[in-house]
Design a protein around this ligand. Sequence first.
Ligand code: FAD
Ligand code: 2HG
Ligand code: ZN
Length: 471
Amino acid sequence: MMVAALVARLRATLGESGLLTEPGDIAPFSTDWRGLYRGRAAAVARPASTAELAETVRLCAEAGVPVVPQGGNTSMVGGAVPAGDGSEIVVTLARMNRVRGIDAIDLSITLEAGVTLKAAQDAAAEAGCLLPLSIAAEGTAQIGGVLATNAGGNNTVRYGNARDLVLGLEVVLADGSVWNGLRRLRKDNTGYCLRQLFVGSEGTLGIITAAVLKLVPRPVETEVALCAVPSPEAALRLFTRLHRADPASVQAFEYMAGTGMGFVLRHIPGAVLPLAAPSPHYALVELATPRAGAGLRAALEAALEAALEADDITDAVVAESGAQRAAIWKLREEHAEAQKREGASIKNDVSVPVSRVPDLIRRASAACAALMPGIRPVPFGHMGDGNIHFNLEQPVDMHAADFLARDHEIMDAVGEIVRDLDGSFSAEHGVGKLKPYMMPLWRGGAELEAMRRIKLALDPSGLLNPGKVLP
Ligand code: FAD
Ligand code: 2HG
Ligand code: ZN
């Protein structure tokens, strides 16, 4: 069937408001947050229910037309961008945005895929609970996208990735059939664990339409500190000190280099460094507990004092209010945006064993400086779980296009060091359209072959998000 005939059938199924075809309307769905890719969707389908989405996928399968699922379109690897030839239909989950239920005793929340992560957090908070998943894009990223990418973020050190929070899923499969696995059981050993197959599959195995996620009791004490640290090694020692003392209270431990902090202070309105002087390195610590009277503040101050005496920190500020906590977090959360405003960047979302993070930062900085004089390393990220965004900013006097033309060379140089440190080339952003070329080197042999067989079994015609993840 021609794509035009399919579009007519989709319009009949979804109605006028359920299908976008005007170039101006579909443009935002055809490019990515980083501006690396410009695609062109044949149309954007906006189903309002699982049944409508299932029928959309069934019609696309019948017509042999590929489908690109899209959530908030915040992918850092071009995962939700359609091909440039107008041959694919984008399916946005945005209209499927109901919170279906919350149970504060079961500690679970049932959400449609198009609920933003922020709206899900707010719904959990209203019920006196915490959804312990936090990423800087949470105002835009949606539950379906967060699960399809197995997002990590700031709380992984304490609660794990998105994968660790999923109890159940509802998924539309490649032929349009619906798997309803919206269970909320803590124990359920009944064959292969299908839900974990879809988590992290980046829209290539099925379309997530709803999910049951775990909640935890809401913290009653939260403390946030920003520390100036003399080196990545010192930051790691500070992390170890806090984590050994009470692993259950370390909600986040983030590292930032002075370069990235400088970009935030320069480009983000209202950003202010709450320390006496800039530092080459920083650590952001968040401690939290649901235990009343736990004395977190005293514990944090004692740890910071000991770290100061050991020369592991040179200065620190502990937030005195919710507003100050938010202001400190803003310095960290705006890193991606500030880097974008500074110019072109090449991103390496890598992970290594936590103990090797300082080695990674030192070795990768030296390797990149040797490759390109003037390149500006901007390492930052989730040090407590070993995931550093080893990003590079273009030299000041270089053209963005000339810089970006060398992205593979630079990513591969960093990758070589990451491999040597037993790490991964993608810690939390996924593979998307940007990195399938890396898969044979990193996941080749039996692992990649098993992935291909799974893809073939669930999507035999290769219609779900083609060109993503698998080379
Ligand atoms: P999209 O970008 O729309 O899609 C991502 C992938 O999932 C695509 O392959 C798409 O096809 C697929 N997909 C989307 N919805 C579905 C669905 N319902 N069913 C099946 N497949 C689907 N990531 C982190 O892990 N940690 C961070 O700290 C973090 N911080 C970020 C900060 C900023 C400023 C930005 C721009 C991005 C950040 N990201 C982070 C990356 C991104 O936000 C995450 O990957 C997020 O999980 C993507 O969600 P989304 O709804 O925007 O998905
Ligand atoms: C973060 O942790 C995100 O802020 C984005 O994962 C990282 O810009 C990046 O590379
Ligand atoms: Zn991150």
